[in-house]
Design a protein around this ligand. Sequence first.
Ligand code: MN
Length: 434
Amino acid sequence: MTQSTSTRSWIASANGHSDFPLQNLPMGIFSIDGSAPRSGVAIGDAIFDLEAGLAAGLFEGQAKAAVEASLGGALNAYFALGRSARVALRERLLELLGEGSTLRGKIEAQGATLLPLAADCQLHLPAKIGDYTDFYVGIEHAKNVGKLFRPDNPLLPNYKYVPIGYHGRASTIRASGAEVRRPKGQTLPAGQTEPTFGPCARLDYELELGIWIGQGNDMGDAIPVSEAGEHIAGFCLLNDWSARDIQAWEYQPLGPFLSKSFITSISPWVVTAEALEPFRRAQPARPEGDPQPLAYLLDPKDQANGALDIELEVLLLTESMRKQNLPAHRLGLSNSLNMYWTAAQLVAHHSVNGCQLQSGDLFGSGTLSGPDRSQLGSLLEITEGGKLPIELASGEERKFLEDGDEIILRARCTREGYASIGFGECRGKVVAAR
Ligand code: MN
């Protein structure tokens, strides 16, 4: 069993690593000192350089084909190969990097194969993202936000039938660490009837799970829900930065537009379905009285193990906290089990009308708040639209984000008898409007 805690690596930092033990093996794209971006695998405090490994003759068969498809600075072609190539590569990496590997000497002799995952390694977007769709399947978030606008009727009648989503902007998705320039736009000041133009005054984050599309579909061919899981290449963390004042003025009748498209940040490592296997769960039962999903969204196997138990955390670090060496403040601790629809249902729904999904497309789950106050995934919810400021150890207050504030997303999967895995961080620091 490759997931058990007893499976160890000869790379010491991998054993017990909070994010990247041998059981995780997420893929990403990195570069060093401005070199051409290339593919690698995170293992402990290191990156295993797949291109160097290929040159050293460490791969053959399907695993070799998988590595070859990962070259060129984007994982789209690797994603398109689907599950069997991904599993073959994983099996080979477990052999190469596991304790007792007969190739340890060869890998260590190749100085370029194993690189420290340190400051001089820059991580990039793992794929060229053709299309990005943001869903709204965090039901607690949908209820909380709905309540702010419609106290008596928070969820609209379609919510429990349709996995609600909108088409986002792919061109402004950035890997963790990219600065977040405060956007400018139109807002309607309270009590006014005409908008003003200027920097966003209600900048917010959204804690989301990102879903990478593996094999796509031909236009016109729907992906059945029973096969939809096979079309997912992996998962990441996603921060759907949101300008709430711009959003409030622009969103009717067609939904968010410029309030979201200025930047979306993601964690750069692609955590695979295989690494997440021990953390799959039954989709939580719908509350009494909720409708069953329509037939095209309902698959018994997906209902039995299509949900993911991933702990999701958001932290805030302000400029002042940084200067005072204070630890980041936890804004929320939630879980991906708060998704009202499974990832497979999102894929099935997105393609049911014949819409073509392509390798490297990215979905956002929607903000994944939990039912408790400590589990909220946005400031909009925590401060109830700016009414209840949060207090920080630095003596500061926040209703929305200020320039210099950094938001850090983390994720962790734990289960008794299995090695814990994480996603690495998704960070972004707000800088002043230009
Ligand atoms: Mn969102």
